[in-house]
Design a protein. Structure first.
Length: 283
């Protein structure tokens, strides 16, 4: 079998801020169809691209990948044809339909980096974009709308588009909303916002920690430090990563199967692989 190179596909998904799980076979016990180095990508809707084993193993990989995706933590998955106890550092799953030997697959969720929208073209705004990227943030210029997964909106326009950006960010529930302004002007801008006092109180103004910043770069550093101090290092999701992961139990082998568009089924009965489907039809 020609091994598929998924590096370009992974890069495209990261660029599009599309969450996925990268699955790679790290150990395989003969006889197995999968070999160490085989890999696949599992998307949030359960679609799998690539190869990490036959359909029965694939069903397990999809289910465990979707379970791991929201937390964003990697998992070393061990799939066995016979029951085994849990092992330190491994998640052991018994798959009675596995035709070959035991395989171990490393599941690595890839979540988008935290998104920071910067309003304005001031020196501070430019410094924010320049400094935030090496810190692992996705820094983008304000386009007039609040992104559904924005982790922070920083207004550094010195007057332009301040109110629409601040109100939009507050109403969207963006975790960090900052305004670059003097203490006096910032207080006036915030007080004039057509939102509740509770929402007004969520605006960080002047934005940034008090580190005695003087230059645009130092102000940007203080703002990023405040974002880091108050925000998790994961992207904020504008919608659930895995929308209501529906499952069904294979009536032949008892395995739990994730219900997707490509899952094998007859009416409302779902199967982990073609073997169980044929057995059901023959019963």
């Amino acid at each position: 079998m020609i091994r598929q190179d998924l590096s370009r596909r992974s890069a495209a998904l990261r660029s599009a801020r599309t969450p996925f799980v990268h699955a790679r076979v790290v150990w395989a016990e003969p006889p197995t169809s999968a070999k160490p180095g085989d890999e696949a990508i599992v998307l949030a809707d359960g679609v799998i691209e690539g190869f990490v084993g036959g359909e029965c193993a694939e069903a397990t990989v999809i289910r465990e990948s979707l379970a791991a995706l929201p937390a964003g933590a990697p998992v070393l998955l061990r799939i066995t044809p016979s029951p085994e106890p849990e092992q330190p550092g491994k998640h052991v799953v018994h798959n009675p339909c596995l035709s070959g030997g035991t395989i171990e697959i490393f599941l690595e969720p890839a979540l988008p980096s935290p998104l920071v929208q910067v309003v304005g073209a001031s020196p501070t705004a430019q410094a924010l974009i320049a400094l935030g990227t090496p810190l692992g943030y996705s820094m983008v210029a304000w386009d007039g709308t609040v992104a559904p997964d924005a982790a922070a909106v920083v207004v550094a326009s010195h007057g332009g588009d301040e109110q629409p950006a601040l109100v939009g960010a507050l109403e969207a529930g963006v975790p960090y909303v900052g305004l670059v302004a003097s203490r006096k002007r910032g207080a006036a801008v915030v007080a004039a916002l057509p939102v509740s006092e509770e929402m007004q109180g969520r605006v960080h103004s002047p934005a940034g920690l008090d580190i005695g910043a003087a230059t645009a770069e130092e102000v940007a550093l203080s703002i990023l430090a405040e974002i880091v101090a108050g925000q998790p290092r994961r992207a904020r999701q504008g919608h659930p990563l895995v929308a209501d992961m529906c499952q069904a139990v294979d009536p032949i082998c008892g395995m739990t199967v994730v219900i997707t568009e490509t899952a094998l089924h007859i009416d409302d009965v779902y199967f982990c692989g073609p073997g169980c489907l044929k057995a059901y039809q023959a019963s």
